[in-house]
Each structure stands twice: as C-alpha cells, then as structure tokens.
Design a protein around this ligand. Structure first.
Ligand SMILES: [Zn+2]
Length: 389
C-alpha cells in the first residue's frame, strides 16, 4: 500500500497547487473563511516575484469563492488616457505601469487581444482579464466618440459605477445561484479523491477496486465539467477561449476539477473597485483600513519617474486622482465613514519623534525632511515638535 500513499501525496500536492492564486502585485483577493466571513488577501511578499505573489484559498472549502479585485489599470482625463494604476492598495507598494499617455484621437487602432489593449500594433496596457480588457476598451471607445466637454461627466459616472457595492451583491447572488450544484459536486469530488477512494482501495485491494473507482471518478469529473461549462457560459458568455482552456485542464486533472467552483469566481468582480467589494463583503474594520490606505495613496502619491517629460501624463494622473478622491469621499460618506477622522494624524510612538510621512505614516526623529520610502515626500511635523523647535 506504499504506492497508495505516494499517489495520495501527489494528488494532495496538485490539489494544494490549485488552491494557490498567482495575483499581480497591486491586486487583492477576497476569500471566504470557514465560518468567519470574507477576508482580504494581498499577494505574498516571499512567495512570488516582482510582478506576482501567491494567495492561498481555503483548501477545506472546495466551493469557497475567491474574488480577485484590482484598482483601475489606467488614469483617465477629458484629454486622454495614461497607462498604469492610479493608486496602490498596500502602503509599501508602488504604482506600476509605464505611464505612457495617449490622446483619445490616437486610439483609432485600439484592439483587444486577450488581456492586452493594443494600439498601433503594440501593447498599451494590460487589464486583469480578457473581460476586463473588453470593458476598458469599450469605455475608451465611448470616451473617444464624445466631445471633450462631455468626457469629464462620463469618466465620473464610470468611477461611481466602479465603486457601487450593490453590483458586488448582485453579481455574487448570480454566482451563488449558478454554482450551487457545481459546489456540491466539487465537495463530493474532494471527499471521493481523498477519503472514499483510499478507504475502498485499502479494504478491497487495488486489483478489485480500481475499475469501479475509476468509473466513479470519471462520472464525478464529467459532472463537474458540465456544470462548470454551463455556469461559466452564463456568467462570462464572451470568454470562450478561457472556458475551454480551463475545461481541458480540469479534464486532465481531477484535483483541478475539485476547484472548479472556486475557479468560476475569480474574475466575477472585473471592473469593480476593491473598496466596493470590501464594503459589500468584509467587516467594517477591513473596509475602513483599506479605505485609509487608498485615500492616503491618492492624496499623497509617490511621484512616478516615468511621468517626467510628459506634462499631459502628469495632468491626466492629477485629474483622475482628484475625480477618484471626490468619488471615494462621497462613497465613504454614504457608508457612514468620516474620511477626515480616518486620516487623522498619528500619535508619536516615541517622545523623540519629530515628524511623520503623510503617506506611509512612518515616524522620524532628528532632522529628516523627506520620506525615503515614499519617493522623497516632504514630512509633516508633529504639532509639539513645531512648538519646541
Ligand atoms: Zn513614507
């Protein structure tokens, strides 16, 4: 029975690998915890590389959904679009993207290829998923067709939509309705693979049991594939390529099929701002902490070196941040959160602390005037230290 142990170990390792999501840095995932609601996860610092980090979904919840959320991949203004996220979700992250600016008039050749938006035969910006790329291309096309005077309102409407937490509840409701049977089959497959099949094999012996066990496995696998295909087609009708790629992977690997329900949820919140997702699903404490981080970064951005030399890129970033800030503050007010109280200055941790960084809130003693971790942002003096100076 040594072979059975090895087989179980291999299957377990494959299943655990299926529970790992490789998230782009700057993104986050909302994962359901056993009996304890939703938690917010960020790409791991150690597990991963400069571009991506790992997030582990609960392996004991085969039907537990993991929703990936991203900040906007671009900044918009009435004059054009700048590649790169306008803010980060974690204090020690830096905005990514090359910062290239394009006027709407230059977007005539805009096309979507997978996750990429292609302009003049090269990648202008990559979205989080094919459906997010199509959504962004539609918005850019719409803005390009509008007169410049009408674009500000259209961008503000798009920002408000991305912050609407009711969309999260609606989409999650549809997902749960569409994936209920799939979740049960995934749970059944997990129990079959790691409990039932090993017990039967140990009791009856591999010679006698392998044929009926294989038949049962194929039956469960086929059920998971059929239900996944049906649910995916209802939720993401245009993502044919991704659907067939996932189906092929699940057909070849039963542990992957056991994660089909979780896989279905990954791109559910495309185009939804992480704060809208946190407001709808997480505790008030998690929502307020995320709001604080986003507000601090939007109000005190780290200057991107790639913006140097193109004032249109800089003005687009500034315009979009101001519009985003207004939308965020409006949203926080609606949620009953006082954004000024959220950003109140920190208390000095040390009597010697003289100033703090307005973005990361690190505290400084001595004569430092700027924060080295935040691109040289000027520090803010504690009120007492000004009086003593
Ligand atoms: Zn700082």
């Amino acid at each position: 029975m040594e072979e059975l142990g090895v087989l179980l170990l291999v299957l377990g390792a494959v299943y655990l690998a299926e529970c790992v999501l490789w998230l782009p840095r700057g993104s986050a995932a909302l994962a359901r915890r056993t009996l304890r609601g939703w938690r917010l996860l960020f790409p791991g610092r150690i597990s991963g590389n400069e571009r991506r980090g790992a997030v582990l979904a609960d392996p004991l919840l085969p039907a537990g959904h993991v929703l990936v959320v991203h900040p906007w991949p671009v900044s918009l203004s009435p004059s054009g679009v700048r590649a790169g996220a306008p803010h980060v979700l974690e204090a020690d992250e830096r905005p990514r993207g090359d910062g290239e600016f394009l006027a709407y008039e230059r977007l005539g050749s805009l096309a979507v290829r997978g996750r990429d938006l292609i302009v003049d035969s090269r990648v202008f910006v990559s979205a989080a998923s094919p459906s997010a790329a199509r959504r962004l291309a539609d918005l850019l096309g719409r803005l390009g067709r509008l007169p410049e005077t009408a674009r500000a309102r259209a961008i503000e409407d798009a920002l408000a939509s991305s912050l609407d937490s009711r969309v999260v509840e609606e989409r999650l409701g549809v997902l749960l309705a569409r994936s209920r049977s799939l979740g049960r089959v995934c749970g059944g497959l997990l129990v079959y693979l790691f409990l039932l099949a090993p017990i039967v094999m140990r009791q009856a012996g591999p010679q006698r049991s392998w044929k009926p066990l294989l038949a049962g496995l194929l039956l469960l696998d086929a059920a998971a594939l059929l239900l996944y295909r049906r649910a995916h087609r209802a939720l993401f009708p245009e993502d044919r390529e991704e659907r067939w790629a996932s189906l092929l992977a699940m057909a070849l690997s039963p542990p992957a099929a056991a994660r089909a329900a979780a896989h279905l949820s990954r791109d559910l919140l495309d185009g939804v701002h992480p704060l809208a997702a946190a407001r709808a699903l997480c505790s008030g404490r998690i929502y307020r902490e995320l709001a604080r981080r986003v507000l601090l970064d939007v109000r005190h951005p780290v200057r991107s070196e790639s913006l140097d030399g193109d004032p249109r890129a800089e003005s687009t970033s500034g315009w979009f941040r101001a519009a985003l800030l207004r939308a965020l503050e409006r949203d926080l007010r609606a949620a009953g959160v006082d954004s000024e109280a959220l950003l109140s200055p920190p208390e000095p941790h040390d009597p010697a602390a003289r100033a703090y960084c307005p973005r990361c809130r690190d505290q400084f003693v001595g004569g430092a005037e700027t924060c080295p971790d935040c691109g040289g942002l000027p520090l803010v003096a504690f009120p007492d230290s000004r009086a003593c100076a």
